[in-house]
Design a protein around this ligand. Structure first.
Ligand code: NAP
Length: 316
Protein backbone atom coordinates (compact mmCIF):
# COMPACT_ATOMS: atom_id res chain seq x y z
CA UNK A 1 0.00 0.00 0.00
CA UNK A 2 3.09 2.28 -0.07
CA UNK A 3 1.99 4.31 -3.07
CA UNK A 4 -1.57 4.54 -1.80
CA UNK A 5 -2.62 8.12 -1.03
CA UNK A 6 -4.54 8.40 2.25
CA UNK A 7 -6.02 11.65 3.55
CA UNK A 8 -6.11 11.85 7.35
CA UNK A 9 -8.53 14.64 8.27
CA UNK A 10 -7.64 15.27 11.91
CA UNK A 11 -4.82 14.35 14.36
CA UNK A 12 -6.91 11.59 15.94
CA UNK A 13 -4.43 8.97 17.16
CA UNK A 14 -0.59 8.87 17.09
CA UNK A 15 -0.41 5.08 16.56
CA UNK A 16 -2.83 5.25 13.62
CA UNK A 17 -0.93 8.19 12.13
CA UNK A 18 2.42 6.41 12.45
CA UNK A 19 1.10 3.22 10.89
CA UNK A 20 -0.55 5.09 8.00
CA UNK A 21 2.66 7.05 7.48
CA UNK A 22 4.68 3.82 7.43
CA UNK A 23 2.32 1.90 5.13
CA UNK A 24 0.95 4.59 2.75
CA UNK A 25 1.52 8.04 1.31
CA UNK A 26 -0.10 10.08 4.05
CA UNK A 27 -1.64 13.54 3.63
CA UNK A 28 -2.44 15.41 6.86
CA UNK A 29 -5.34 17.75 6.14
CA UNK A 30 -5.11 19.79 9.36
CA UNK A 31 -1.58 20.95 8.50
CA UNK A 32 -3.06 23.09 5.72
CA UNK A 33 -4.98 26.21 6.86
CA UNK A 34 -8.75 25.96 6.19
CA UNK A 35 -8.65 28.66 3.49
CA UNK A 36 -6.07 26.69 1.45
CA UNK A 37 -7.59 23.22 1.79
CA UNK A 38 -9.47 23.35 -1.50
CA UNK A 39 -6.15 23.95 -3.34
CA UNK A 40 -4.41 21.28 -1.24
CA UNK A 41 -7.04 18.69 -2.15
CA UNK A 42 -6.94 19.72 -5.82
CA UNK A 43 -3.14 19.34 -5.85
CA UNK A 44 -3.31 15.77 -4.47
CA UNK A 45 -6.62 14.66 -5.99
CA UNK A 46 -4.79 12.32 -8.38
CA UNK A 47 -3.33 10.16 -5.62
CA UNK A 48 -5.83 10.20 -2.71
CA UNK A 49 -7.85 6.97 -2.78
CA UNK A 50 -8.85 6.78 0.89
CA UNK A 51 -10.04 9.22 3.55
CA UNK A 52 -9.68 8.50 7.28
CA UNK A 53 -11.98 10.75 9.31
CA UNK A 54 -13.32 10.89 12.84
CA UNK A 55 -16.13 12.42 14.90
CA UNK A 56 -14.65 15.92 14.38
CA UNK A 57 -13.81 15.95 10.68
CA UNK A 58 -15.15 13.31 8.30
CA UNK A 59 -15.83 13.48 4.58
CA UNK A 60 -18.41 16.05 3.49
CA UNK A 61 -19.82 16.43 -0.01
CA UNK A 62 -17.22 19.04 -0.99
CA UNK A 63 -14.28 16.85 0.09
CA UNK A 64 -15.71 13.83 -1.68
CA UNK A 65 -16.41 15.84 -4.85
CA UNK A 66 -12.85 17.11 -4.89
CA UNK A 67 -11.38 13.58 -4.82
CA UNK A 68 -12.23 11.76 -8.07
CA UNK A 69 -10.06 8.73 -7.18
CA UNK A 70 -11.64 8.23 -3.74
CA UNK A 71 -12.65 4.60 -3.12
CA UNK A 72 -13.13 4.31 0.64
CA UNK A 73 -13.88 6.43 3.71
CA UNK A 74 -12.69 4.62 6.83
CA UNK A 75 -14.01 6.31 9.98
CA UNK A 76 -12.18 6.31 13.30
CA UNK A 77 -15.59 6.45 15.05
CA UNK A 78 -18.83 4.50 15.11
CA UNK A 79 -20.95 7.60 14.44
CA UNK A 80 -21.16 8.53 10.77
CA UNK A 81 -22.73 11.97 11.08
CA UNK A 82 -19.65 13.68 9.59
CA UNK A 83 -19.73 11.57 6.41
CA UNK A 84 -22.02 12.34 3.48
CA UNK A 85 -23.35 8.79 3.14
CA UNK A 86 -25.71 9.61 0.25
CA UNK A 87 -22.82 11.04 -1.74
CA UNK A 88 -20.72 7.93 -0.99
CA UNK A 89 -23.57 5.68 -2.17
CA UNK A 90 -23.97 7.69 -5.39
CA UNK A 91 -20.24 7.49 -6.12
CA UNK A 92 -19.88 3.82 -5.11
CA UNK A 93 -17.44 4.76 -2.34
CA UNK A 94 -17.13 2.20 0.44
CA UNK A 95 -17.55 3.37 4.08
CA UNK A 96 -16.41 1.67 7.28
CA UNK A 97 -16.62 2.59 10.99
CA UNK A 98 -15.40 1.20 14.33
CA UNK A 99 -18.38 -0.45 16.06
CA UNK A 100 -18.26 -2.81 19.09
CA UNK A 101 -14.64 -2.15 20.14
CA UNK A 102 -15.67 1.12 21.85
CA UNK A 103 -19.02 0.03 23.28
CA UNK A 104 -17.80 -0.94 26.77
CA UNK A 105 -15.80 2.26 27.33
CA UNK A 106 -18.63 4.54 26.26
CA UNK A 107 -21.10 2.65 28.45
CA UNK A 108 -18.68 2.82 31.41
CA UNK A 109 -18.45 6.56 30.93
CA UNK A 110 -22.24 7.01 30.77
CA UNK A 111 -22.62 5.35 34.16
CA UNK A 112 -19.60 7.28 35.47
CA UNK A 113 -21.19 10.57 34.38
CA UNK A 114 -24.52 9.73 36.03
CA UNK A 115 -22.82 8.90 39.32
CA UNK A 116 -20.47 11.88 39.07
CA UNK A 117 -23.44 14.24 38.66
CA UNK A 118 -25.67 12.67 41.30
CA UNK A 119 -22.96 12.21 43.91
CA UNK A 120 -21.34 15.54 42.90
CA UNK A 121 -17.91 13.86 42.64
CA UNK A 122 -16.08 16.74 40.84
CA UNK A 123 -17.63 19.36 43.15
CA UNK A 124 -16.80 17.31 46.27
CA UNK A 125 -13.24 16.89 44.97
CA UNK A 126 -12.98 20.67 44.60
CA UNK A 127 -14.36 21.01 48.15
CA UNK A 128 -11.40 19.02 49.48
CA UNK A 129 -8.76 20.72 47.30
CA UNK A 130 -9.95 24.24 48.15
CA UNK A 131 -9.65 23.55 51.88
CA UNK A 132 -13.42 23.96 52.38
CA UNK A 133 -13.72 20.62 54.20
CA UNK A 134 -11.45 22.01 56.91
CA UNK A 135 -12.98 25.49 56.98
CA UNK A 136 -16.68 24.73 56.37
CA UNK A 137 -17.14 21.17 57.62
CA UNK A 138 -18.73 18.14 56.01
CA UNK A 139 -19.90 18.25 52.39
CA UNK A 140 -23.67 18.37 51.82
CA UNK A 141 -25.70 15.23 51.14
CA UNK A 142 -26.19 14.15 47.53
CA UNK A 143 -28.52 11.78 45.61
CA UNK A 144 -28.32 7.99 45.21
CA UNK A 145 -27.84 6.51 41.73
CA UNK A 146 -28.54 2.85 42.60
CA UNK A 147 -32.16 1.89 42.02
CA UNK A 148 -33.09 4.96 39.97
CA UNK A 149 -34.96 4.32 36.73
CA UNK A 150 -32.62 4.75 33.75
CA UNK A 151 -34.12 5.80 30.41
CA UNK A 152 -32.14 5.19 27.24
CA UNK A 153 -32.63 6.85 23.86
CA UNK A 154 -31.32 4.38 21.27
CA UNK A 155 -31.12 0.81 22.53
CA UNK A 156 -28.28 -0.28 20.25
CA UNK A 157 -24.83 -1.60 21.12
CA UNK A 158 -23.95 1.23 23.53
CA UNK A 159 -27.51 1.63 24.83
CA UNK A 160 -27.69 -2.08 25.72
CA UNK A 161 -24.27 -1.95 27.41
CA UNK A 162 -25.47 1.03 29.50
CA UNK A 163 -28.62 -0.92 30.39
CA UNK A 164 -26.61 -3.98 31.44
CA UNK A 165 -24.46 -1.88 33.77
CA UNK A 166 -27.42 0.05 35.18
CA UNK A 167 -29.23 -3.25 35.90
CA UNK A 168 -26.29 -4.23 38.11
CA UNK A 169 -27.00 -1.06 40.13
CA UNK A 170 -30.60 -2.25 40.60
CA UNK A 171 -31.95 0.32 38.15
CA UNK A 172 -35.14 -0.46 36.19
CA UNK A 173 -34.60 0.22 32.47
CA UNK A 174 -36.92 2.03 30.09
CA UNK A 175 -35.99 2.93 26.53
CA UNK A 176 -37.01 4.61 23.30
CA UNK A 177 -35.81 3.41 19.90
CA UNK A 178 -37.55 3.50 16.54
CA UNK A 179 -38.70 -0.06 17.16
CA UNK A 180 -39.38 -2.19 20.23
CA UNK A 181 -36.65 -4.73 21.06
CA UNK A 182 -38.47 -7.98 21.90
CA UNK A 183 -35.19 -9.69 22.92
CA UNK A 184 -34.98 -7.57 26.13
CA UNK A 185 -37.02 -7.33 29.35
CA UNK A 186 -36.76 -3.55 29.32
CA UNK A 187 -39.85 -1.35 29.13
CA UNK A 188 -40.45 0.30 25.77
CA UNK A 189 -41.72 3.86 25.44
CA UNK A 190 -43.07 4.84 22.04
CA UNK A 191 -41.82 8.43 22.32
CA UNK A 192 -39.09 10.42 24.05
CA UNK A 193 -41.49 12.55 26.14
CA UNK A 194 -43.00 9.47 27.79
CA UNK A 195 -39.52 8.09 28.31
CA UNK A 196 -38.31 11.29 30.02
CA UNK A 197 -41.43 11.43 32.20
CA UNK A 198 -40.83 7.85 33.35
CA UNK A 199 -37.14 7.88 34.28
CA UNK A 200 -34.79 9.74 36.60
CA UNK A 201 -31.63 9.39 34.52
CA UNK A 202 -31.96 9.89 30.76
CA UNK A 203 -29.04 8.63 28.63
CA UNK A 204 -28.73 9.65 24.96
CA UNK A 205 -27.11 6.83 22.94
CA UNK A 206 -28.60 7.09 19.45
CA UNK A 207 -26.85 8.17 16.21
CA UNK A 208 -27.05 11.82 15.11
CA UNK A 209 -29.45 12.09 12.17
CA UNK A 210 -31.87 14.81 11.04
CA UNK A 211 -34.56 13.03 13.14
CA UNK A 212 -32.49 12.94 16.35
CA UNK A 213 -31.16 16.53 16.21
CA UNK A 214 -32.43 18.25 19.39
CA UNK A 215 -34.23 15.04 20.37
CA UNK A 216 -33.70 16.39 23.92
CA UNK A 217 -35.53 19.72 23.71
CA UNK A 218 -37.17 21.94 26.33
CA UNK A 219 -40.26 19.73 26.59
CA UNK A 220 -38.15 16.61 27.15
CA UNK A 221 -36.06 18.38 29.81
CA UNK A 222 -39.24 19.53 31.56
CA UNK A 223 -40.61 15.97 31.46
CA UNK A 224 -37.36 14.71 33.03
CA UNK A 225 -37.85 17.34 35.69
CA UNK A 226 -36.06 19.03 38.61
CA UNK A 227 -34.81 15.72 40.03
CA UNK A 228 -33.89 14.26 36.65
CA UNK A 229 -30.37 13.92 35.25
CA UNK A 230 -29.47 14.03 31.56
CA UNK A 231 -26.41 12.09 30.33
CA UNK A 232 -25.32 12.73 26.74
CA UNK A 233 -22.73 10.34 25.32
CA UNK A 234 -24.23 10.43 21.80
CA UNK A 235 -23.52 13.63 19.87
CA UNK A 236 -23.77 17.27 20.97
CA UNK A 237 -26.59 18.30 18.60
CA UNK A 238 -28.90 15.72 20.23
CA UNK A 239 -29.43 18.32 22.97
CA UNK A 240 -30.67 21.90 22.58
CA UNK A 241 -27.80 23.51 24.54
CA UNK A 242 -29.32 26.97 25.22
CA UNK A 243 -32.43 25.21 26.56
CA UNK A 244 -30.27 22.90 28.67
CA UNK A 245 -28.55 25.86 30.26
CA UNK A 246 -31.88 27.56 31.00
CA UNK A 247 -33.40 24.38 32.44
CA UNK A 248 -30.42 23.89 34.77
CA UNK A 249 -30.28 27.54 35.93
CA UNK A 250 -34.04 27.69 36.46
CA UNK A 251 -34.00 24.43 38.41
CA UNK A 252 -36.31 22.69 35.91
CA UNK A 253 -33.65 19.98 35.39
CA UNK A 254 -31.70 18.35 38.20
CA UNK A 255 -28.33 17.92 36.51
CA UNK A 256 -26.41 16.92 33.41
CA UNK A 257 -23.35 14.84 32.51
CA UNK A 258 -22.18 15.80 29.05
CA UNK A 259 -19.40 14.25 26.94
CA UNK A 260 -20.38 15.81 23.60
CA UNK A 261 -21.28 19.36 22.55
CA UNK A 262 -22.94 21.13 19.65
CA UNK A 263 -19.82 23.10 18.55
CA UNK A 264 -16.83 21.07 19.82
CA UNK A 265 -14.40 22.07 21.21
CA UNK A 266 -16.51 25.11 22.17
CA UNK A 267 -18.44 24.49 25.37
CA UNK A 268 -20.98 27.10 26.53
CA UNK A 269 -19.19 28.93 29.34
CA UNK A 270 -22.51 29.44 31.12
CA UNK A 271 -22.21 25.78 32.13
CA UNK A 272 -18.83 26.26 33.84
CA UNK A 273 -20.25 27.73 37.03
CA UNK A 274 -22.89 25.04 37.61
CA UNK A 275 -22.11 22.42 40.24
CA UNK A 276 -24.81 20.03 39.00
CA UNK A 277 -23.07 19.64 35.66
CA UNK A 278 -20.11 17.43 34.72
CA UNK A 279 -18.42 18.35 31.45
CA UNK A 280 -16.08 16.06 29.49
CA UNK A 281 -14.11 16.76 26.29
CA UNK A 282 -15.65 14.00 24.09
CA UNK A 283 -13.71 11.14 25.67
CA UNK A 284 -16.30 8.34 25.50
CA UNK A 285 -13.96 5.98 23.64
CA UNK A 286 -10.81 7.66 24.96
CA UNK A 287 -8.84 4.82 26.51
CA UNK A 288 -5.54 3.48 25.20
CA UNK A 289 -7.07 0.04 24.75
CA UNK A 290 -10.07 1.18 22.74
CA UNK A 291 -8.35 3.80 20.61
CA UNK A 292 -5.70 1.19 19.64
CA UNK A 293 -8.44 -1.29 18.70
CA UNK A 294 -10.20 1.44 16.69
CA UNK A 295 -6.96 2.25 14.87
CA UNK A 296 -6.42 -1.44 14.07
CA UNK A 297 -9.94 -1.61 12.64
CA UNK A 298 -9.32 1.41 10.41
CA UNK A 299 -6.04 -0.12 9.19
CA UNK A 300 -7.65 -3.55 8.75
CA UNK A 301 -10.49 -2.12 6.69
CA UNK A 302 -8.10 -0.19 4.42
CA UNK A 303 -5.92 -3.26 3.96
CA UNK A 304 -8.95 -5.45 3.20
CA UNK A 305 -10.27 -2.97 0.64
CA UNK A 306 -6.99 -2.52 -1.19
CA UNK A 307 -6.26 -6.27 -1.27
CA UNK A 308 -9.77 -7.09 -2.52
CA UNK A 309 -10.87 -8.86 0.65
CA UNK A 310 -14.20 -8.38 2.48
CA UNK A 311 -14.28 -5.25 4.67
CA UNK A 312 -14.13 -5.94 8.42
CA UNK A 313 -16.86 -3.45 9.42
CA UNK A 314 -18.65 -2.26 6.28
CA UNK A 315 -21.34 0.42 6.42
CA UNK A 316 -21.61 0.85 2.65
P1 NAP B 1 -26.00 1.38 17.21
O1 NAP B 1 -25.66 0.03 17.69
O2 NAP B 1 -26.31 1.58 15.76
O3 NAP B 1 -27.24 1.87 18.10
C1 NAP B 1 -27.95 3.02 17.83
C2 NAP B 1 -29.38 2.81 18.31
O4 NAP B 1 -30.09 4.04 18.11
C3 NAP B 1 -30.09 1.72 17.56
O5 NAP B 1 -30.56 0.80 18.50
C4 NAP B 1 -31.25 2.42 16.86
O6 NAP B 1 -32.35 1.56 17.09
C5 NAP B 1 -31.38 3.73 17.63
N1 NAP B 1 -31.86 4.80 16.78
C6 NAP B 1 -31.54 5.09 15.50
N2 NAP B 1 -32.24 6.14 15.05
C7 NAP B 1 -33.02 6.52 16.09
C8 NAP B 1 -34.00 7.53 16.25
N3 NAP B 1 -34.32 8.35 15.22
N4 NAP B 1 -34.62 7.63 17.44
C9 NAP B 1 -34.31 6.78 18.45
N5 NAP B 1 -33.42 5.80 18.35
C10 NAP B 1 -32.79 5.67 17.18
O7 NAP B 1 -24.86 2.43 17.55
P2 NAP B 1 -23.89 2.42 18.82
O8 NAP B 1 -22.65 1.69 18.50
O9 NAP B 1 -24.67 2.03 20.02
O10 NAP B 1 -23.52 4.00 18.87
C11 NAP B 1 -24.54 4.95 19.09
C12 NAP B 1 -24.02 6.37 18.92
O11 NAP B 1 -23.18 6.69 20.02
C13 NAP B 1 -23.12 6.61 17.71
O12 NAP B 1 -23.88 6.84 16.52
C14 NAP B 1 -22.29 7.79 18.10
O13 NAP B 1 -22.85 9.00 17.63
C15 NAP B 1 -22.32 7.76 19.64
N6 NAP B 1 -20.98 7.51 20.19
C16 NAP B 1 -20.41 8.44 20.99
C17 NAP B 1 -19.14 8.22 21.52
C18 NAP B 1 -18.48 9.20 22.44
O14 NAP B 1 -17.26 9.28 22.46
N7 NAP B 1 -19.21 9.94 23.22
C19 NAP B 1 -18.44 7.04 21.20
C20 NAP B 1 -19.06 6.11 20.38
C21 NAP B 1 -20.33 6.35 19.87
P3 NAP B 1 -33.63 1.55 16.14
O15 NAP B 1 -33.11 1.27 14.77
O16 NAP B 1 -34.51 0.51 16.69
O17 NAP B 1 -34.19 2.91 16.29
Amino acid sequence: MEALGVLLTFPMNPYLEEELDRRCKLFRLWETPPESRRDFLRAHAGSIRAVVGNAQVGADAETIDSLPKLEIVSCFSVGLDKVDLDKCRQRGIRVTNTPDVLTEDVADLAIGLAIAVMRRIPEADRYVRSGSWKSKGDYKLTTRFSGKTVGIIGLGRIGKAVAKRAEAFGCPIVYYSRSEKPDTNYTYCSNVLDLAANCQVLVVACPLTPETRHIVNREVMDALGPKGVLVNIGRGPHVDEPELYKALIEGRLGGAGIDVFEQEPHVPEELFGLENVVLLPHVGSGTIETRTAMADLVLGNLEAHFTNKPLLTPVI
